[in-house]
Write a protein that binds this ligand. Structure first.
Ligand SMILES: [Zn+2]
Length: 179
């Protein structure tokens, strides 16, 4: 049997058996998330800066069931987490960005309070797509270092740009205007 995360089924089937899916999959198993990260990293570093970024582990769990007592409204609740590689838009250096998402989705015409609606494709869904979409939506528009002292752009703020040691910082220097 394959991984239920990758199997396309109807939400009624998944809910009827109370399908629980434990997620422990690499970023490379989530197509859109992988594309988004690749796009972000490619923009700054050329071909192959962080070869292991596709191996970052996505962990979480999905619980399928019914949102109503009558068993008519299939739904899923769950969560997922992963630390992805992103590029800080302030200092242009790569850093590890934690993504944490909660999922509460319904699939029929009705969506109960607190649930979002998921559009079915031919009446079916692939559970991996739910997680993929939620993680992509959680990506910040412009990723930045959280802590000021992690960010080169902030620690050198107000000073003359000093010669920097990392290839990424060098790239920034090359791209910047001449002083
Ligand atoms: Zn930074």
């Amino acid at each position: 049997m394959g991984n239920p995360l990758q199997q396309r089924r109807t939400p009624q089937e998944l809910a009827a058996v109370g399908q629980v899916i434990e997620i422990k999959n690499k970023v490379s198993d989530f197509e859109r998330l992988g594309e988004a990260i690749a796009r972000d990293l490619r923009a700054l570093h050329g071909d192959n800066p962080l070869p292991a970024w596709r191996d970052s582990l996505v962990c979480g769990r999905l619980n399928f069931g019914f949102a109503d007592a009558q068993g008519k409204l299939p739904a899923v609740r769950g969560h997922a987490a992963v630390d992805v590689w992103a590029v800080c838009q302030r200092c242009l250096r790569p850093f590890s960005l934690p993504l944490r998402v909660e999922l509460r989705l319904m699939f029929g015409d009705v969506a109960a309070d607190g649930y979002e609606h998921w559009e079915l494709d031919d009446g079916t869904l692939c559970p991996a797509d739910l997680v993929d979409e939620a993680l992509v939506m959680a990506l910040p528009f412009a990723a930045m270092h959280d802590a000021d002292n992690d960010c080169v752009a902030l620690t050198v703020a107000g000073e003359k740009p000093a010669p920097m040691k990392t290839p990424f910082a060098n790239l920034k220097t090359q791209m910047g205007k001449e002083n």
